[in-house]
Design a protein around this ligand. Structure first.
Ligand SMILES: Nc1ncnc2c1ncn2[C@@H]1O[C@H](COP(=O)(O)OP(=O)(O)OP(=O)(O)O)[C@@H](O)[C@H]1O
Ligand SMILES: [Mg+2]
Length: 330
């Protein structure tokens, strides 16, 4: 498996999809480069799973075009698309061993038994499951089952790997350890990944590119840094990372908690007058929650920069550098 070639590029143009009267994808355009880790991030019902299903061929788009490596896949049968898939509910065969589960896709492709044994062995090694080869899924932990699902998707050497909330059922520690494993596998195998999550931290952690979806439309598409530093809309600013919205009416502006600092404004800064509500020590950083008129604001400061915590109930001005202010035309 280590000799897998670079994954393939995916190009989506004007993709429309509706279920009955409801339009779920509104003419989406998306370019995913070969070998890129692209994450679709969005609230429940925003169309993420539908997008993956259309790419995989489980659902047919109303119109639009999907090219893989420059080739229109409408004419490529689903089984020939060479797309691997991992879903949230592992969907392993319960009566088959780990080895059999992983080998299944290769058997369907009619490979020789020697080739199947070799590739299945490699895939189990890749996700560190060799010791569990003869167990059935019911005798594995959730994380181990998820790794079987991952191995099963990877063993076919997919050009593209689609992953729909694959870690949703796992606890936080396990999520983080499998996230690291997915990231390492992506680097090692170079497969193109389109990943779905509604967990912003997971998206930031894993992705080269994040596509924020909102009700079947792309709200913004860019690197994690771009989205965080230059969100295209208040929706994106609020969806990815914490944000203090401070403007009103058409004068809509906002600032991230780490850009809002206690103390009066100087040149090139704006000031917000507030009253401290609580000061929360979080180790390396301290969070100050305060009230500015109707709004609650949050400031996050390096704990080393605060010599004396402000008392709850005391008035306190905050400031932000103009260049850190996020603003959107009305
Ligand atoms: N087979 C279907 N028939 C009718 N409507 C559907 C079908 N599948 C999805 N929908 C609707 O399409 C919209 C988008 O669904 P989709 O599953 O793509 O959302 P999602 O972003 O994956 O959400 P979640 O985060 O909850 O998984 C929803 O309003 C959903 O109810
Ligand atoms: Mg979904």
């Amino acid at each position: 498996m280590a000799d897998t070639l670079l994954g393939k590029a995916v190009s989506i143009r004007a993709l429309w999809k509706s279920y009955g009267p409801q339009t779920v994808l509104h003419g989406l355009d998306l370019e995913v480069a070969a070998g890129e880790f692209c994450t679709l991030l969005g609230a429940s019902g925003s169309g993420k799973t539908t997008m993956l299903k259309v790419i995989a061929g489980f659902e047919e788009a109303d119109s639009g075009r999907i090219d893989i490596d420059g080739r229109d896949i409408a004419r490529v049968p689903v089984a020939k698309r060479n797309i691997g898939m991992v879903f949230q509910n592992y969907a392993l065969f319960p009566h088959m061993s780990v080895r059999k589960n992983i080998a299944f896709g290769l058997e369907m492709r009619g490979l020789s038994s020697a080739e199947i044994a070799k590739r299945t062995g490699e895939a189990m090694e890749l996700v560190e499951l060799t010791a569990f080869a003869d167990r059935v899924p019911g005798a594995l932990s959730g994380g181990q089952q998820q790794r079987v699902a991952l191995a099963r998707a990877l063993v076919i050497n997919p050009d593209i790997l689609l992953m729909d909330e694959p870690l949703g059922a796992l606890d936080k520690n396990l999520r983080q350890s499998i996230q690291l494993q997915i990231k390492a596998l992506h680097r090692e195998l170079g497969v193109t990944i389109i990943y779905v999550t509604h967990d912003q931290e997971e998206a930031l952690h894993l992705s080269d590119r994040i596509v924020v979806m909102d009700k079947g439309r792309i709200a913004q598409n860019g690197s994690p840094q771009e989205l965080y530093r230059r969100p295209a809309s208040p929706f994106v600013a609020g969806f990815l990372g914490e944000c203090n919205f401070l403007g009103s009416g058409s004068d809509l502006w906002a600032v991230r908690p780490e850009a809002l600092r206690p103390g009066p404004a100087g040149a090139g800064q704006r000031q917000v007058d507030a009253v401290v509500e609580s000061v929360i020590f979080l180790g390396s950083v301290t969070k100050i929650v305060a009230r500015a008129g109707e709004r609650q604001i949050t400031s996050v400061v390096g704990s080393g920069l605060i010599d004396r915590a402000p008392a709850a109930g005391s008035p306190l001005p905050f400031h932000a550098d103009e260049r850190d202010v996020l603003a959107w035309p009305a």
